[in-house]
Each structure stands twice: as structure tokens, then as C-alpha cells.
Ligand binder design. Structure first.
Ligand code: FAD
Ligand code: SF4
Length: 327
């Protein structure tokens, strides 16, 4: 274990100033990703700024039906919040499908958005890995890539799947990320926050150095909608998704008035499947259309060997989730 400085910030401005004072600085939220990776010697910050006392632990209902969630709201508190459970069930289900009770009690909303990939080559600290060591290569493309590697959105430089369940539900709901940094405040749609690996897999998100996520804000619930999250994995709990889907749907009888679908487990970022939505929007929902939508959702998917089964499993995550909404 390497030595590092630890300091606790009293407010957002101080956290940003502390971050700006020195290089190699990271923010510490729940620590469930960060401390693991420091112990594995994969992340090696010289300075750690604790952001627990910034007052970012509120869930607020805004005018117009939006919901603003402080970055330090725990995954448990968010999933169990009455308004979230009632109006955004897919989000509650997604969070509660992840990790374990103890981890969800510590893990935060901002930390969940910022969590790192679970690729074994990234975490072992020695294998060639472009994400950890830019330009060293990708060991997973021709290696062990069954569980936590994507079939959509990858490149020859990186195929690690984005691990968050919460973000998949948030992308289906429609969510923006509020950011504060040395240059002031700004907002980015969550769907644009995570970056595809392309030729620069070490660039994972839209944050500039020193910027902090202060809040994420959910769009109002789709009128008269229902929603659900489905996670497919090797065992029933405490496991990352092999494939997952979040669906928000509003039906007039059997006609789909509006729909939003997002995928996880099979994609390198939380993934909005607009092509699948287009198959269903304004149409009657039936088995054949659901299968067509699932095929559209996974169109362009590419097997990298061991993870080839995800081409069909990704479709099943959509089919089984959508089928719940048939009368
Ligand atoms: C055994 C295990 C199983 C898991 N299973 C699942 C699962 O099934 N599904 C799932 O979705 N997740 C799973 N997780 C991941 C877990 O959800 C994340 O570790 C957690 O959400 C990270 O939040 P945190 O507050 O602990 O972040 P931290 O570990 O404190 O931080 C993570 C990163 O985000 C940065 N950061 C944190 N907050 C901010 C902020 N506000 N602004 C800017 N940067 C910030 C930190 O600097 C760090 O780089 C699992 C984790 C473990 C250890
Ligand atoms: S898939 Fe990404 S994280 Fe894994 S070895 Fe390749 S570059 Fe590294």
C-alpha cells in the first residue's frame, strides 16, 4: 500500500480548491470502488479528498416533477425512498439488484456513476490494459471476456462493460448530471456522460480534472407509465449483470404510447436502445414486435469469443422484461 494524504472538505468549493492544489488527487465518497482499487495498486492517488460533509445528501422533489439527488445519497437511501420506489420502480429495482446490502449502504449516487470497470486484466495491475496503462494493449479482446465484457460499443482497444445497474435505469428514465469545478457549474445528460472506449479507453467520462458531481436529476416520470429492471446473471445475487434492461412504458390498451429502453451488461456504457423503442412506439405490443425490438436493440453487436452468448442473452433481457407489460 502506498502512502497518501487524506483531507476532509467542508463544502463543495473547498473540495474543488483542495483538488486543484495538487496533482494525483481523487475524491473519496463511499470508497467501495476507490479503496479496493487503491489496495490493488490500480489507482495510486497521492491525495484523497473526503466529500462526505459537503451537504450533498438530500433527495429533493422539484417543481415540474423532477427529482434532484445529492451525489452523496447512499444507494440504499435512494432505492428505499418512497417517491423513488413508487414513481421510478425500475431505479429502485436496479439499485437493489446490485452488490450487497452492506455495499449499498456505503456506496453513493455519484460514486455509482463514477465506478470503474470490473475487467480482471484492469484489476490485476500487471496485464496489458489500455484503460490502466494507455497504449499497453487490451488483454481481453482475445482473452477471458465471458462475464464483464461488452458486445456493443467496444473497440479493439477496450471491450469492458460498464458495471452500473443504477445508471442503466437512469438512462431509461432520462437523467442529467450536475457538475461543479474550477470553471463553474455545468450539466451533462447522463446518456452522454460516459464515453465509448474508441481509441482512448482511459477517458471514461465527461468530467474535467477537479470537477465534482454534485447532483443527478431525474426527468419527471413518463405520464401513466410503468417501469421495470431485469438483470440476468450467473447467480441470483451479489453478481454483476451478464445482460440487463430497463424499460419505461406507457400503454393505451395494448398500444405503446411511449417507451424508453436501456441496456446494461452487454454494453461499454449505459446504453439507450432508441432503435428498439422505435419498433414499438405507436404500435400494438405483441410477442412478434417484442422479438423485433429485442433484435433491434442488439443490432450491431459483436462477439469477442467467450462473450458471444451475450448476443442472444441481451435480446432475452429485453424480451423477458417487455413481456411483463403484455396484458
Ligand atoms: C463486491 C462488489 C460488488 C458490486 N456489485 C455491483 C453490482 O452488482 N452492480 C453495480 O451497479 N455496482 C456494483 N458494485 C459497485 C458499487 O456500486 C460501486 O463500488 C459504488 O457504487 C461506488 O460508489 P462509492 O460511493 O463507494 O464510490 P467511491 O469508491 O468512493 O468512488 C468511486 C470513484 O468515483 C469518484 N467519485 C465518487 N464520488 C464522486 C463525485 N461526487 N464526483 C466526482 N467523482 C466522484 C472517486 O474519486 C472514485 O474514482 C459492486 C462493488 C463491489 C465492491
Ligand atoms: S477490456 Fe478494457 S479494461 Fe479490460 S484489458 Fe481491455 S483495455 Fe483493459
Amino acid at each position: 500500500m502506498r502512502n497518501f494524504d487524506y483531507a476532509r472538505a467542508a463544502d463543495v468549493e473547498q473540495a474543488i480548491a483542495m483538488h486543484a492544489r495538487a496533482g494525483d488527487t481523487v475524491y473519496l465518497a463511499g470508497g467501495t470502488t476507490l479503496l479496493d482499487l487503491m489496495k490493488l495498486d490500480v489507482m495510486r492517488p497521492a491525495h484523497v479528498v473526503d466529500i462526505h460533509k459537503l451537504g450533498l445528501d438530500q433527495i429533493e422533489l422539484l417543481d415540474g416533477g423532477r427529482v434532484r439527488i445529492g451525489a452523496m445519497v447512499s444507494n440504499t437511501d435512494l432505492a428505499r425512498h418512497d417517491h423513488i420506489a413508487q414513481h421510478y420502480p425500475a431505479l429502485s429495482q436496479a439499485i437493489l439488484s446490485g452488490a450487497s446490502t452492506q455495499l449499498r449502504n456505503k456506496a453513493t449516487t455519484g460514486g455509482n456513476v463514477m465506478q470503474r470497470v470490473r475487467c480482471g486484466y484492469f484489476r490485476d495491475g500487471v496485464s496489458p490494459c489500455n484503460k490502466r496503462e494507455p497504449g499497453s494493449g487490451c488483454s481481453a479482446v482475445d482473452g477471458l471476456n465471458r462475464n464483464v465484457h461488452a458486445v456493443l460499443g467496444g473497440s479493439a482497444q477496450c471491450i469492458a462493460a460498464h458495471p452500473s445497474d443504477m445508471c442503466v435505469a437512469m438512462v431509461a428514465i432520462g437523467t442529467s448530471v450536475q457538475i461543479q469545478g474550477p470553471q463553474g457549474r455545468r450539466e451533462v445528460p447522463l446518456a452522454d456522460f460516459h464515453l465509448l472506449p474508441g481509441d482512448t479507453p482511459w477517458k471514461e467520462h465527461a468530467l474535467e480534472p477537479g470537477e465534482i458531481i454534485t447532483h443527478v436529476t431525474l426527468d419527471p416520470p413518463m405520464p401513466d407509465s410503468r417501469s421495470a429492471y431485469l438483470k440476468l446473471r450467473d447467480r441470483g445475487s451479489y453478481q454483476f449483470a451478464l445482460a440487463s434492461s430497463a424499460v419505461v412504458i406507457a400503454l393505451d390498451g395494448t398500444t405503446v404510447r411511449d417507451i424508453r429502453i436501456a441496456l446494461g451488461g452487454v454494453t461499454t456504457k449505459p446504453w439507450r436502445a432508441e432503435n428498439a423503442e422505435a419498433v414499438l412506439r405507436g404500435k400494438s405490443i405483441d410477442d412478434a414486435r417484442i422479438r423485433d425490438a429485442a433484435a433491434a436493440a442488439m443490432s450491431g453487436a459483436q462477439s469477442y469469443g467467450q462473450n458471444g452468448f451475450k448476443l442472444l442473452l441481451g435480446q432475452q433481457a429485453v424480451i423477458r422484461n417487455l413481456s411483463r407489460f403484455m396484458a
